[in-house]
Write a protein that binds this ligand. Structure first.
Ligand code: CP3
Length: 343
């Protein structure tokens, strides 16, 4: 077994580290030529169903960029077919669902997940990665109920989540049944990922920022409370993330989790002023990676300075890497974060 670089785990627990750890959301993906080559032949689901290839794709950014954590290559949609949702990832569009939820009956028909039989390839990939192939912690993940429900109800990507919100307001009973079922799925699925060897868990509630605080508290916070309370027993760092959700950051901080992920809209220092004492993850605007290096460096320094003011910062982007980003930029940025924050 190789020596594990545990800087990411230490920072996630709020401990002092030798340097600020860094990883990038969507680090395994289209900005890498090796990945693009594979994608000429395979779809996302083709890759995730082949553990050797999936493990290779997951390792690529660790080997090429020297980041301090790996994130399992799969999608938040991966577990949905197990509960009866027909999902396809359409290139250039995203997840598309042919049988969107329309009624209480549709919600009641949803089944349960048995990870060992429904997604054995996910667990096999984790086992491959943790046994010998990786010297950094592997982050497992799941989509959070609001974001999953938004795809299940809209049938695909959406701008305003109108159908989702209409369903939530019009059919609160069915909504809470749906939240319970998705919570059950998430808890079971995440437990299995940790048992297989995932060292941290991130929940992606990418689109929940569409709700205001009052609705978040009524329609979502209780289910998140339940999920995180159950997952706490695993004793691995739990990370929350969403886009355009600064107004919910304080409520996330109240949940039994370890790390609050921020997009680029709120500064690390502002979050600290708000009273967020937990570890913060983020938050370079991913667009800045397309700017000249001196701009990237200046903006990164500002984030790192704020992050170093108190223990508990994991450097990341405010959202995923764009495909147009040059891989050399990610490599240079990782090295810069490590050097600039080295004690
Ligand atoms: C909302 C969401 C999805 N998927 C995910 C989220 C939450 C994070 C976020 O907010 O971006 C999470 C996700 N999806 C994928 C990963 C892999 C790990 C990583 O971050 O490197 C992760 C963590 C692979 C993927 N997920 C998807 C791809 C593209 C696959 C393809 O082109 O076939 C990959 C590599 C497809 C996908 N899947 C989803 C969308 C919106 C898209 C289209 C986006 C795009 O094309 O850039 C749903």
């Amino acid at each position: 077994m190789r020596h594990l670089n545990d800087t990411f785990l230490k920072a996630a627990r709020g401990e002092k580290t030798d340097h600020t750890p860094v990883w990038f959301m969507r680090q395994a993906g289209r900005s890498q030529p090796e990945y693009r080559k594979l994608k000429e032949q395979y779809s996302l689901f083709d890759i995730t169903h082949q553990p050797e290839i999936c493990a290779y794709v997951t390792r690529l950014p660790v080997e090429q960029y020297n980041v301090d954590a790996a994130i399992l290559y799969k999608d938040i949609m991966t577990p949905l077919p197990a509960i009866g949702v027909d999902v396809e990832i359409k290139s250039g569009i995203g997840p598309v669902i042919d049988n969107p939820l329309r009624s209480v009956q549709d919600v009641e028909k949803l089944g349960e997940i048995d990870p060992e039989s429904d997604v054995p390839y996910v667990l096999e990939t984790i086992r491959l990665l943790t046994e010998e192939q990786l010297n950094v912690p592997l982050i497992g993940f799941a989509g959070a109920p609001f974001t999953l429900a938004s795809y299940m109800i809209e049938g695909g990507p959406s701008k305003n989540y109108n159908k989702t919100k209409a369903f939530m307001y019009a059919e609160p009973k069915a909504w809470f049944t749906l939240m319970d079922k998705l919570a059950e799925m998430t808890i079971t699925y995440v437990h299995a990922q940790v048992k297989a060897g995932a060292k941290a868990i991130q929940l992606f509630d990418s689109w929940v920022g569409a709700l205001n605080v009052a609705d978040y508290r009524v329609f979502i916070k209780p289910v998140m409370e339940r999920i995180f309370t159950e997952l706490r027993a695993e004793n691995v760092p739990l990370i929350m993330f969403g886009v355009g959700a600064s107004h919910l950051a304080k409520d996330w901080h109240d949940l039994p989790l370890d790390v609050v992920g921020l997009d680029w809209r709120m500064q690390i220092s502002e979050a600290r002023e708000l009273g967020l004492t937990k570890t913060l993850q983020g938050n370079l605007d991913p667009s800045i990676l397309l700017a000249p290096w001196d701009v990237i460096e200046e903006r990164t320094k500002a984030i790192l300075d704020q992050g170093m003011a108190s223990p508990g910062h994991i450097f990341n982007l405010g959202h995923g890497v764009f495909p147009e980003v040059n891989p050399d930029t990610l490599k240079r940025l990782t090295a810069f974060v490590h050097e600039y924050t080295a004690k």
